[in-house]
Write a protein that binds this ligand. Structure first.
Ligand code: MN
Length: 285
């Protein structure tokens, strides 16, 4: 089994999003425009309400999926499907915007720590104009396994015979949150046809002999296995993998399509109040 090494290191850039929220972006920056099927990774983390309180008021999406994982804090989600989400620490939300969703993501706290990730996952052309869908799970519903000094939460995909709760049928995403004790090694098979990355957000780690500090995304090279060693303070990271789509990507802000004309259509539809075509039911608990 060939262990994957680091193909590219992408230090996260601080950017302002929504109505003035500070986020650390890695995928979706000039150094890494996308990592098929992933379009963007934002890590938000602050105990200063000035940096998050403005939230993400109503805005549109078309052509992809947003996957939000809350580590700390409390956020309310409302969308044009009629969903009202209550995202709390340890919970996860998968929203397939597809043909069009308008939603808001607003803090439900005025103090304390707000921390988490938002990942954008692309959809193949055949799904971009399909009906939206929504999955939301609280912390208690997300399976967790502890083995060899690693506490692993399986949000999506499969690890060590544990199945994640979020179903991602198009790109078959694996999404793990791993907390690794100091000096311990975490190993996992990783399908060779998947693009994958790791992002350390607590402590530090070493991957294939290379130091991996916090807030640096590592794109993994080819191989069928993954191994990482925690540093002296331990490490916590997300490991994410997905099947590449292999189609052209034309992105403009909240719209991600295959062709420029489709982006123009999205803007026209949004302007004319036609972006939202369908409402969809929510699944989860
Ligand atoms: Mn959004």
């Amino acid at each position: 089994m060939t262990l994957r090494t680091i193909r590219q290191r992408v230090p996260a850039l601080e950017v302002t999003e929504g109505a003035g929220v500070t986020v650390h972006r890695s995928i979706g920056t000039p150094a890494l425009k996308n990592l098929d099927p992933f379009l963007m990774l934002d890590h938000f983390g602050s105990d200063n309400p000035d940096e998050y309180i403005a939230g993400f008021p109503e805005h549109p999406h078309r052509g992809f999926i947003t996957f939000t994982y809350m580590l700390d804090g409390h956020m309310e989600h409302r969308d044009s499907m009629g969903n009202r989400g209550d995202l709390q620490a340890g919970g996860a939300q998968w929203m397939k915007a597809a043909s069009g969703v308008i939603h808001s993501e607003m803090p439900k706290q005025t103090a304390g720590l707000m921390r988490g990730f938002q990942l954008w996952i692309n959809l193949p052309a055949s799904q971009k104009m399909s009906d939206p869908a929504y999955q939301e799970f609280s912390a208690a519903a997300i399976p967790e396994t502890v083995r060899d000094g690693a506490r692993v939460r399986v949000l999506a995909g499969e690890y060590d015979d544990v199945h994640g709760v979020i179903e991602d049928p198009e790109t078959d995403v694996l999404y793990l949150d791993v907390r690794l004790e100091a000096g311990r090694r975490f190993e996992s098979p990783l399908a060779g046809d998947r693009n994958a990355f790791v992002y350390v957000f607590e402590g530090d780690a070493t991957l294939a002999g290379e130091a991996l500090p916090r807030h640096t995304l590592a794109v993994l090279g080819k191989g069928e296995g993954f191994a990482i060693d925690a540093g002296g303070e331990g490490a916590r990271f997300i490991l994410v993998a997905g099947r590449p789509i292999g189609e052209p990507v034309v992105q403009y802000g909240p719209f991600v399509m295959n062709r420029r004309e489709e982006i123009e259509q999205a803007f026209a539809d949004y302007r004319d109040g036609k972006l939202v075509r369908t409402r969809a039911a929510m699944t989860g608990h």
